[in-house]
Design a protein around this ligand. Structure first.
Ligand code: TPW
Ligand code: MG
Length: 544
């Protein structure tokens, strides 16, 4: 078997379903194998950041490996930010970079795309991935591929493989799958029993669910566990979209001061907060009205469980949930803590009034109630806060790392991975970054609905610093770009136009549909309004 083939077969065997990439001369031989073998479909985009975001979205929606294939140096360095985001948010993206062949490495010449040394790229990616290998020895390569892919799945983190161009056709063995490591049975049993005992003695226990639950594909088990323990479920900000389509009893999403007060109280007043797979980020917790004392919480994340002042190492989240299920009572426990339910705005009035972000949420909620749910990819900016007012549906967004430019390529990743038509929510500033990728839809028959929140600003930044004129952006008339890029575009300024444009978008399949929604500068979503009010109060008190 040839190494390129062995690698592709191993990716497929470990759950990868699609590859996003952009070739270069160091990667051409591998791309040839990708295309000609047909083992996994290849989607090329226009700029590597889009490749990284799309591969990340694939990993998130499929609960499996995403794959980003690029060329050495100029290609791979363009991917760094997207992979840093995947690292921060625990998304298992496999980076495969072409590289100079062994003889070239020894030529003594500086090679094109070389940044500093020939190993600079490897070292950069070592910082933002959990395992790496250079596949320059066909004898060792199968074992290295196996180890690296196992690491990606076990740790739910990105990994890095460098494939020298002269090794793609080298003969090697097939890649054997590395079995998961042994489960520390006794520690796991003690840990699960201790967690259950804590919950049993708490007056108001609550389960907060975070993204890692989805990475391990255990949403159904967690929902069952919560049901059997009588725990209300709240998602973290980043975990928004978890349990979409399941019949889990969801109270809502914790947004601290920026959220619905009942849900904020539920979390902040709980004496038994069980955090499953919740990343302890400022975006998840920095918004709290009262500092949550995490010492009283139970935290399971990144293969460790922390209870009070002690830690159980090496306990994977899926193993913990299984062990708790094995010990949990069958019937619903008699707790009275689960009555909160989030409310979402709906019923858009189709009149001549200017559009606000909340109107966009209303329009989307009305549409999904009528047509059924659509998966959403959201960018950073007020569009992501607006998504908090949209009913629970699958959502991928960089809620913690907050890298702009994720939305459009993330949506393409959703459609490539699932075949479902996505809804993409993106600001004008973020659309300026990666919006061009929408031009790749025609080649692949993708037809997302793209809602551009055009407030001619870096609006979020204006919230932090209203006096700065540099936050004013120009009006680019994005809707007019749609036609030559292979889609349909409409620009809407009043609520009646928003409704009819969305109706037409839903009715039109086969081409992307871009709705450019003109918003007044300074018009904010409910969530961002609450957050901004809090920010002002905070700044006021620190100045006193
Ligand atoms: C890659 C910093 C966070 S929010 C924001 C910036 C520049 C403005 C977003 O403007 P947009 O949305 O898209 O028009 P809205 O609703 O605020 O008007 N560079 C990167 N990522 C981040 N997060 C920034 C800069 C930032
Ligand atoms: Mg904007």
């Amino acid at each position: 078997m040839q190494l390129g083939h062995a690698l592709l077969a191993a990716l497929k065997d470990h759950g990868a379903e699609v590859i996003f990439g952009i070739p270069g001369d160091f990667a051409l031989p591998f791309f040839k194998v990708i295309e000609e073998s047909g083992i996994l479909p290849l989607y090329t985009l226009s700029h590597e950041p889009g490749v990284g975001f799309a591969a990340d979205a694939v990993a998130r929606v499929n609960c499996s490996l995403g794959v980003a294939a690029v060329t050495y140096g100029a290609g791979a360095f363009n991917l760094v930010n997207a992979i840093a985001g995947a690292c921060a948010e625990r998304s298992p993206v496999v980076v495969i970079s072409g590289a100079p062949g062994t003889a070239e490495r020894a030529s003594g010449l500086l090679l094109h795309h070389q940044a500093k040394t020939l190993d600079s790229q490897f070292r950069v990616f070592r910082e933002i991935t959990c395992d790496q290998a250079r596949l320059d020895d066909p004898e060792r390569a199968p074992a290295e591929i196996s180890r690296v892919l196992r690491s990606a799945l076990d740790q739910s983190m990105p990994v890095y493989l460098e494939l020298p161009r002269d090794k793609v056709t080298a003969e090697c063995e097939a890649v054997a799958k590395t079995p998961p490591g042994p489960v520390p049975t006794d520690a796991l049993a003690e840990c699960a029993a201790e967690v259950l005992a804590r919950i049993a003695t708490a007056r108001t226990p609550v389960l907060m669910a975070g993204v890692e639950i989805r990475r391990y594909g255990i949403e159904d088990k967690v929902a069952e566990l919560a049901g059997r323990l009588g725990l209300p479920i709240v998602t973290s900000f980043m975990g928004r979209g978890l349990f979409a389509g399941s019949n889990a009893h969801l109270a809502g999403t914790y947004l601290g001061v920026a959220g619905q007060p009942e849900i904020t109280d539920l979390i902040e007043q709980s004496d038994g907060l069980l955090l499953l797979g919740v990343i302890l980020s400022d975006t998840n917790f920095g918004v709290s009205r009262r500092q949550i004392d995490l010492r009283h919480a139970i935290q399971a994340l990144g293969r460790q469980v922390q209870i009070g002042y002690h830690v159980y190492p090496d306990i994977a989240l899926d193993a913990l949930v299984d062990a708790m299920l094995a010990r949990a009572p069958d019937a619903v426990a008699n707790k009275t803590n689960g009555t909160v339910a989030a409310e979402y705005p709906a019923g858009l009035v189709a009149d001549g009034a200017p559009i606000t972000p909340t109107d966009i949420a209303r329009a989307v909620n009305d549409m999904m109630r009528a047509q059924g749910p659509m998966p959403i990819a959201a960018d950073v900016g007020d569009c992501l806060f607006t998504a908090m007012d949209i009913e629970h549906t699958q959502l991928v967004a960089p809620g913690y790392y907050a890298g702009m430019g994720f939305g459009v390529p993330g949506g393409l990743g959703i459609q490539a991975a699932t075949g479902l038509r996505p809804l993409i929510l993106v600001g004008d500033g973020a659309f300026q970054m990666t919006g061009w990728e929408i031009g790749n839809c025609r080649r692949y028959d993708w037809d997302p609905i793209v809602m551009v929140f055009n407030n001619a600003s870096w609006g979020m930044l204006r919230v932090f610093q209203p006096e700065s004129r540099f936050n004013d952006l120009d009006d680019w008339h994005f809707a007019e770009l749609a036609e030559p890029l292979g889609g349909i575009g409409e620009r809407v300024t009043i609520r009646a136009e928003l409704k009819s444009a969305l109706d037409r978008a839903v009715a039109t399949r086969g081409r992307f549909y871009l709705i450019e929604i003109m918003l007044e500068r300074g018009a904010l979503s409910n969530t961002l309004t609450r957050y901004a009010a809090r920010l002002k109060r905070g700044q006021g008190s620190s100045a006193e």
